[in-house]
Design a protein around this ligand. Structure first.
Ligand SMILES: Nc1ncnc2c1ncn2[C@@H]1O[C@H](COP(=O)(O)OP(=O)(O)OP(=O)(O)O)[C@@H](O)[C@H]1O
Ligand SMILES: [Mg+2]
Length: 473
């Protein structure tokens, strides 16, 4: 267990360090908040013991950073008598515990031991808990989610990944079907073999057969050379047939035979080709309904549905929304070179209450778009897209039509107006990839006017470099 002590008083650092080293812990020290944060990012710290008042970042701000970036690290706050309020607020912000100054060593030992016990427990729990993050050594994909519904999915993956059984993945659009298909391949002993994807919806009907099974030279006009199909390319690996419901009827028969016999012929060919391929398919349609409608063959369905995996819609696992949102914040911080740390409680609440028709993909897009325009390190509710904020239950600021707000009418109008303005500007900037001049043209206002508004609303575009080539006004 590694403990970091952050305190600006040199004696306090010395005494605490000596005591904890004696207890057998690996102890680091920092003389101010920035230095502490630096160490936390550099080394894996299990427990942070921090003073409240410190130069270059106080204990509460440090606590917030740690909670956002390293949620598994526990934080104990040391605070002087008379600042019990900040201790309470620290607990509310996720501190593990606090200690009031002056304290004796036994008291400190007690709290530290309690923290260490908790850490140990957390660890064993995580191990016996279903995996929430599946990661290859190359870190190629991560599946986020700890909800019971996802736990079931992880269990199925663990059980069937390394079998040759055909898997049918169902779920609404954006629920992660492709991600799960990738996970199945990566977790199998075929992982060094090819993973070949084919989106059946994207391939014209008349080309489907040659796409899947390949063709011989002269099979049709334009077939000047022979070409292997996806089945052949996937030999020794996995073939992922996405949007399987879109496959035309006559191809369904051929596919069924290829699946049952593991053999087929190229278009225009006579030689029978045998392959060793694991098939995974996915659809966001209800295949049973398609069978009833006569669009999908029942025998093919049974052949594909050997292991069904159904992915829950995001609204059925709201407990994962925070985890996912934070995951995407990290992802787009890197990509967009931002330093957003967390969401305000109100913003998180808003995210939890959204219907998320587009599921995780929609959430990801929302986070990306929000980060793009967010200039502070906390995402507030005002930073979220208007269409999310618009639901009546959470516009607390100024609810026209609800209970009468304590704000003056003028203030309400001002707030509403700036929300509308902000949205229009964000949309225009999106449309023009952040080009202020073109966004101003779209909005039919002057470039200067737009720049002023953006400043007022704390928004940023790409081209505020001062070059005024368009010389508007
Ligand atoms: N559990 C998850 N953890 C992290 N990211 C996820 C998770 N599920 C999905 N995603 C991400 O959400 C996006 C959409 O996922 P994916 O493309 O797998 O969905 P899909 O079900 O195949 O959607 P569609 O039906 O529209 O093809 C991807 O960027 C994916 O990485
Ligand atoms: Mg997909």
């Amino acid at each position: 267990m590694r403990i970091l002590i952050a305190d600006d008083e040199v004696n306090m650092r010395k005494v605490l360090k000596a005591m904890l080293v004696r207890e057998g812990y690996d102890v680091l020290v920092a003389e101010d908040g920035e230095r502490a944060l630096h160490l936390i990012r550099e080394k894996a710290i299990d427990l942070l013991i921090t003073d409240l008042r410190m130069p270059r970042r106080d204990g509460l701000s440090l606590l917030d950073c740690v909670r956002a970036e390293f949620p598994d690290t526990l934080v104990i706050l040391i605070t002087a008598h008379g600042t019990v309020d900040s201790a309470v607020s620290a607990l509310r912000r996720g501190a593990f515990d606090y200690i009031l100054k002056p304290f004796d060593q036994d008291e400190m030992k007690l709290v530290v031991n309690k923290a260490i016990k908790t850490l140990e427990l957390n660890r064993t729990n995580i191990r016996s808990e279903p995996v929430s993050v599946l990661q290859t050594p190359e870190g190629r994909y991560e599946i986020i989610g700890r909800s019971p519904k996802m736990a079931e999915v992880y269990q199925i993956i663990a059980k069937v990944a390394d079998t040759p059984s055909t898997v049918l993945i169902t779920g609404e659009s954006g629920t992660g079907k492709e991600l799960i298909a990738t996970a199945l391949h990566e977790q199998s002993s075929r992982k060094n073999g090819p993973f070949i994807k084919i989106n059946c919806a994207a391939i014209p009907k008349n080309l489907m057969e040659s796409e899947l099974f390949g063709y011989e030279r002269g099979a049709f006009t334009g077939a000047v050379a022979s070409k292997p199909g996806r089945f052949e390319l996937a030999d020794g690996g996995t073939l992922f047939l996405d949007e399987i419901a879109e496959i035309p009827a006559e191809m369904q028969v051929k596919l069924l035979r290829a699946l049952q016999e593991s053999e087929f012929e190229r278009v225009g060919g006579i030689k029978t080709i045998r392959v060793n391929v694991r098939i995974i398919t996915a659809t966001n349609r209800d295949l049973r309904r398609e069978i009833e409608l006569g669009n999908f063959r029942e025998d093919l369905f049974f052949r594909l549905n050997v292991v069904p995996i159904h992915l829950p819609a995001l609204r059925e696992r709201t407990e994962d929304i925070e985890l996912l949102a934070q995951h995407f914040v990290q992802k787009y911080n890197k990509r967009l070179k931002k330093q957003v740390e967390n969401f305000s409680a109100e913003a998180l609440n808003c995210l939890r209450q959204c219907p998320w028709q587009g599921n995780i993909r929609e959430l990801e897009n929302v986070v990306e778009r929000t980060l793009l325009f967010c200039d502070s390190n906390i995402i507030r509710i005002e930073d979220l897209p208007e269409e999310l904020r618009g639901r009546p239950s959470q516009t607390k600021t100024a609810e026209v039509g609800g209970a009468i707000s304590p704000l003056s009418m003028k203030e309400i109008v001002r707030q509403k107006t700036s929300i509308i303005e902000r949205d229009l500007i964000v949309k225009a900037l999106e449309e023009t990839q952040g080009n202020v001049t073109r966004a101003a043209q779209l909005l039919k206002i002057s470039r200067k006017g737009l720049q002023l508004k953006m400043k007022e609303l704390d928004l940023r575009g790409n081209d505020d470099r001062g070059e005024d080539s368009n010389g508007d006004e």
